[in-house]
Ligand binder design. Structure first.
Ligand code: PLP
Length: 417
């Protein structure tokens, strides 16, 4: 039966998706790389672009993985659906090692294990109203911005920016740590050590954000996916080291960079029970209950072998192996930083971070093309992360040591000319 045209709107879409910028940074890069390779089939490219790891999983994780797969092969030890929030054995170790050991009062029941910090960062916004104001850094890991566009929290994309968003500029002038906005925001995204700039935040600066959130009834969404690279003892590893953060902050962590899990998938979010947002009528509402509801309704848990592999990270050998893994990339980062500086470019990052943010003194894409065509090295144009990234490129330390050395030699030859 055919119903009237007025009452039947076929395939009506979420039109907020149409506001998204037409092209995605990494697909633009992929297109230029593919065109180069087609034109120069014999030339070997070295990729210091996308932030994916290259080294194998730590040995303890592999062993735990194998043992868990064997358990799944026996009726007596087989496991079906697990708890959506994650197995207690993993949540308990996360709470103890990543938080309590640092003096941060986080309990196992405040941890939500997931299959990625990307999903968590993207999904979290849906427990908040659509008419709130979001503050988002520029340059930025694009997930924070795009998921808010999709949800309808922004206006159109005009002159390189979405209307209605409070942009937090990270520039040379502020050491790439955004200043507090001169206006109220309900949700504030922060990421330290930062992707793409590699900047870190000190305790005093982070405290200012916590105070801002407390004074303005805002919630901080703190992405600490690169925490494993922190070596400077003065830097906070978690926002919950800061007094008062439990009431206003949600933190995101990932095993991707911590233990090479980008292809294995395991992460977690931390939502303290004291963290409070408000209804339109001003009634306080614990965010934990909302996220718990969302997580258990829409997610069915990370696989048992993956959670066992993640648990192994917290054994003494696991700790050593993860540290060695991060040190491997940090050694690359230090080399890149030194070489780029020697070549006369200003940069930040590369210390406590796998990313080096280089001021190219020219258009980001022009510099990208120059490195691609003359050095056969792929980097990431900073402008793809936001307007404040114009003139910068991000160089990633995620590659094998020999490849990084080779890339740096090629860059030296090209950029010294
Ligand atoms: N957060 C930041 C800042 C990232 O750069 C990335 C990945 O590059 C992620 C989150 C995604 O982490 P996951 O692999 O756990 O989804």
């Amino acid at each position: 039966m055919k119903f009237g045209a007025a009452s039947f709107k076929r395939g009506k879409i979420n039109e907020h998706y149409l506001k998204l910028e037409a092209s995605y940074l990494f697909s633009d890069i992929a297109k230029r790389v593919a065109a180069f390779q087609k034109a120069h089939p014999g030339k070997e490219l070295i990729k210091l672009g996308i932030g994916d790891v290259t080294r194998p999983l730590p040995e303890v994780c592999i062993q735990a993985f194998h043992r868990a797969v064997d358990e799944m092969a026996q009726a007596a030890t087989f496991r079906g659906y697990g708890p959506e929030q994650g197995y207690e054995f993993l949540r308990e170790k996360i709470a103890r090692h990543d938080f309590q050991a640092r003096g941060a009062q986080i309990g196992a029941d405040e941890i939500f294990v997931s299959d990625g910090a990307k999903c968590d960062n993207g999904n979290i916004q849906e427990i908040f109203a659509t008419d709130i104001t979001v503050a988002i850094p520029d340059p930025v890991y694009p997930v924070y911005l795009d998921t808010n566009v999709m949800a309808g929290r922004t206006g159109a994309f005009v002159n390189g920016r979405y209307q209605g968003v409070v942009y937090l500029d990270a520039t040379r002038a502020n050491g790439f740590v955004p200043a507090l906005p001169g206006t109220r925001a309900d949700l504030v995204y922060l990421c330290f050590p930062n992707n793409p700039t590699g900047a870190t935040i000190g305790r005093a600066q982070l405290k200012q954000w916590v105070d801002y959130a407390r004074e303005n009834r805002a919630i901080l969404l703190y992405d600490a996916a690169y925490e494993v690279f922190i070596r400077d003892p003065s830097l906070p590893h978690t926002i919950y080291e800061i007094e008062g953060a439990r009431e206003v902050a949600i933190e995101f962590r990932s095993f991707s960079k911590m233990a090479g899990f980008t292809g294995t998938r395991c992460a977690y979010s931390v939502v303290p029970k004291a963290c409070t947002a408000y209804t339109a009528a001003g009634e306080p509402q614990p965010v934990h209950a909302l996220w718990h509801r969302r997580h258990t309704t829409k997610f069915n848990g990370v696989s048992y072998p993956v959670q066992r592999a993640a648990e192994a990270v917290y054994s003494p050998e696991g700790g050593d192996q993860c540290r060695a893994l991060a040190d491997y990339y940090l050694r690359n980062a230090a080399l890149i930083r030194r070489e780029v500086t020697d070549l006369g470019y200003e940069c930040i990052g590369g210390e406590n971070s796998p990313y080096i943010w280089v001021d190219t003194r020219m258009d980001s894409w022009k510099f990208f093309d120059r490195l691609l065509e003359q050095a056969h090295v792929v980097c990431t144009p900073g402008v793809g992360f936001g307007r404040c990234g114009a003139g910068y490129v991000r160089i990633s330390a995620f590659n094998d040591h020999e490849k990084v050395q080779q890339a740096l030699e090629r860059m030296r030859r090209t950029l010294k000319r």
